[in-house]
Design a protein around this ligand. Structure first.
Ligand SMILES: *Cc1c(COP(=O)(O)O)cnc(C)c1O
Length: 424
């Protein structure tokens, strides 16, 4: 552990005033903060139904339970590369995981594989906006509608992002956000279900109303953790939690035993003024993302940009050359406190707890992402000197890159020109 400036991979500030309001809400009765939050979310996202729970995985589970009650179909198609919470939720809902490969250059479903997988046993498909980068929901809808398959949009990492003018999370039949640590907007832990379908809304409502509200103890614990996160997320302090492996920061876990609870008052109260906060946080991330892209472009010719400036750049994903480069880069990132992250450590099929439960298949795209994906931080604490150090590390590790958030940079041979451009 070294006492030095250390960036977290992501950060979402909570103003002290919101924390103070939440402490007050711990000791109040009623549901004012929750009702207000739900109302504001409906208005902001133009949806008919909103449900608030204590995690993104609980939100997904709630959706899956609701969908499964009125259908005999049991298969849920998820990306072969995704947050381990997603297969956890499928298992928790008693449904069957079906994995679909992804394309490394988009982190989205491989459309050919998806077309082969969707059938009349498929309950729903879960396209995912990784790092705030919009997935192609329209394509999934086109495949699913004619077959009576529901599109569940995983917008856990994309709250406040847009695609072609439409808010992410509201393009499919039903969607969810995570309000966990490391997400676009955080109340410690939280989840939001949103839909405009009256049929799905009714089914989710039926499941939601039998859930308990989180206990006072859970509310208090969450608030204490949120305050600790606020204090320690600063670059001057983050070396401390980053150096304590038992905190498991940034780890993704498979565990289907998570609680299913409605959100309490204190969590909702931490989100007062969430709209302005989210806008400011995402604007900052977009700005950092485009600066990073500019920095990376400036030192490598022949940049090919695809996609759009849509979305919200929760992190800046890129593919490095190979596994060894990724490991070397992450090691250097950890040593220098650069806020680099390798994201999920395995494809879903290789999660130890799922061994022997999924048919053994090849997922070359997802495997390549595990080997080569690195994310760069884009939060408000990233300074120009940090960006310079990150880019320097990329060049020196010879991590010729294919850049994700807003475009792709084709692999470039490393050259003295590149280095010269950086020094100057
Ligand atoms: C974080 C995340 C979830 C789960 O959200 P939690 O609030 O952590 O339970 C689901 N899907 C993706 C893609 C995520 O990043």
């Amino acid at each position: 552990m070294r006492m030095q400036r250390t960036l977290a991979p992501t950060a979402a500030a909570v103003p002290p005033q919101a924390l103070a309001t939440a402490i007050g809400a711990l000791f109040s009765h009623g549901a004012r903060a929750r009702e207000r939050l739900a109302r504001e979310l409906k208005e902001a996202f133009h949806v008919e139904h909103v449900y608030l729970v204590t995690s993104g995985k609980a939100a997904l589970t709630l959706i899956l339970l609701a969908l499964s009650r009125s259908s005999k179909r049991r298969k849920v198609i998820i990306p072969a590369y995704t947050c381990f919470s997603v297969p956890s939720a499928v298992v928790k809902a008693g449904l069957e995981i079906v994995l679909c490969d992804v394309l490394p250059k988009t982190l989205d479903f491989n459309p050919d594989r998806l077309a082969e997988l969707v059938d009349d046993q498929t309950l729903c498909v879960v396209p995912t906006h990784f790092f705030g980068r919009p997935a192609d929901i329209d394509l999934v809808v086109t495949l699913c509608r004619p077959r009576g398959v529901v599109v569940v949009e995983d917008a856990a990492q994309a709250m406040g992002g847009h695609s072609k003018g439409r808010p992410l999370g509201t393009i499919g039949d039903v969607g969810f956000f995570s309000l966990g640590r490391g997400k676009n907007l955080s109340c410690g832990g939280g989840g939001v279900v949103l839909t405009s379908s009256s049929q799905i809304g009714k089914a989710v409502q039926a499941e939601y109303q039998i859930l308990p509200v989180e206990s006072w103890g859970n509310s208090a614990k969450n608030l204490v953790e949120l305050i600790a996160t606020e204090l320690l997320i600063r670059p001057s302090c983050y070396w401390l939690p980053a150096g304590l492996p038992f905190l498991g920061l940034g780890e993704t876990r498979f565990y289907p035993t998570f609680p299913m609870e409605r959100m309490g008052e204190a969590r909702a109260a931490t989100l007062v003024g969430w709209m302005q906060r989210l806008d400011a946080l995402n604007a900052q991330r977009q700005l950092q993302g485009s600066r990073l892209e500019g920095d990376l472009k400036a030192q490598s010719a022949g940049v090919e940009t695809i996609g759009s400036a849509d979305g919200c750049c929760l992190r800046f994903p890129l593919l490095v050359r190979d596994r060894a480069t990724k490991q070397a880069l992450l090691q250097r990132g950890a040593a220098e406190g650069l806020g680099l992250s390798g994201s999920y450590p395995a494809i879903v099929q290789d999660i130890p707890e799922l061994q022997g439960q999924l048919p053994s298949r090849e997922f070359p795209g997802a495997a390549a992402v595990v080997e080569r994906l690195v994310t760069l931080p884009t939060h408000q604490f990233v300074q120009p000197t940090d960006r310079r150090r990150v880019c320097q590390a990329l060049i020196e590790m010879n991590a010729v890159t294919a850049v994700g958030t807003q475009g792709v940079i084709d692999p470039q041979p490393p050259g003295s020109q590149v280095r010269a451009a950086w020094r100057s």
